[in-house]
Design a protein around this ligand. Structure first.
Ligand SMILES: Nc1ncnc2c1ncn2[C@@H]1O[C@H](COP(=O)(O)OP(=O)(O)OP(=O)(O)O)[C@@H](O)[C@H]1O
Length: 289
């Protein structure tokens, strides 16, 4: 799968939800799509899934437009936080409809997942708890085996144990049937190890798009005597700093390996890195106004 996005914009009335998105996504991998509330993630995923049209710019999958194009949308399964399954249907009826839509549907796997998440196939949608409703979305997303599978915070209401089951199943399913999986989440810590690539949206733009291992390499926490750290970080890209009792900690971004014996060097996890990067961007915005 080859997704090309260029100069993509989406405007709702006066609100510019996506400003100028340029992205190239290809190959089989699990991508984490991150961003603060309102950053534009759902809008982007819905356009990618063909739910609605962009206001400007272009989005193509394997050189074909996606909107109103069943040849493309049959290959995309988009599981949202609120899937709006028709309430009068039963779980089984929703699964049957899904099986007709997705050409690679795996029925025996769907049945196995019903058991794992303890869903009753006969139960009506309107009687499902929030967690059960999310589990049904996850069952459809995993069983679809769609070449592009998109999960937009699919775990609302799922307890910690079922979320952990979802992450395990996602990885197993990906290993058995590699495909392009995009997972948008605010629970970064829980799932970051699955991401081969990370995209961060900020205020309708792509702030960062990196391989996870590159992201790991290009930042560092350094800790040492305040004066020495202050001198070292001058003219460097600092995304966070704090001082306690003369000991200063700074987080540097866009850095090569730091090999200075005066400093303790360590790494952030993805969640911390995300928080500092998006806060830094907020500070820049506040200061430039
Ligand atoms: N139907 C709509 N009409 C008007 N504005 C909208 C609509 N849908 C989204 N927006 C606005 O577009 C912006 C992006 O919203 P979007 O739902 O894409 O963000 P998000 O990154 O998915 O946020 P969250 O993490 O909170 O789910 C927000 O400012 C939101 O208020």
């Amino acid at each position: 799968m080859n997704i090309e996005v260029s100069k993509l914009k989406k405007v709702y009335g006066k609100k510019e939800a996506l400003k100028d998105i340029n992205l190239h996504l290809s190959g089989n991998k699990i991508i984490g799509l991150l961003g603060k509330n309102g950053a534009g993630k759902t809008t982007f995923m819905r356009i990618l899934a063909g739910h609605f049209r962009q206001s400007k710019g272009d989005i193509q999958i394997n050189e074909q437009p996606v909107f109103n194009n069943y040849e493309q949308t049959k290959d995309i399964c988009f599981i949202m936080e609120s899937n709006n399954f028709y309430e009068k249907f039963s779980v089984q009826e929703i699964l049957t409809i899904s099986s007709k839509f997705y050409p690679n549907w795996d029925e025996s796997y769907a049945n196995k997942l019903l058991d794992i998440f303890q869903l009753n196939a006969k139960q009506k949608i309107k009687t499902l708890s929030k967690g059960m409703y999310s589990a049904l979305g996850i069952i459809i997303g995993l069983s679809s085996n769609a070449p592009i599978t998109i999960f937009d915070e699919p775990y609302i209401g799922l307890d910690a144990s079922n979320r952990s089951t979802f992450y395990d199943l996602l990885l197993q399913s990906y290993q058995q049937n590699p495909r392009l999986i995009i997972l948008s989440t605010h629970l970064i810590d829980e799932v970051s190890k699955l991401f081969e690539e990370v995209i961060i949206f900020h205020e309708g733009s792509v702030m960062l798009h990196e391989l996870s291992e590159e992201l790991e390499k290009k930042h560092a926490i350094i800790k040492g005597r305040k004066e020495e750290i202050d001198q070292y970080i001058k003219n460097r890209h600092v995304i966070h700093e704090s001082t306690i009792l003369g000991q200063k900690t700074a987080v540097l971004f866009d850095e090569e390996k730091i090999d200075d014996k005066r400093f303790e060097v360590s790494k952030l996890n993805l969640q911390e890195l995300f928080v500092y990067l998006t806060k830094e961007r907020m500070r820049e915005i506040v200061h430039s106004n």
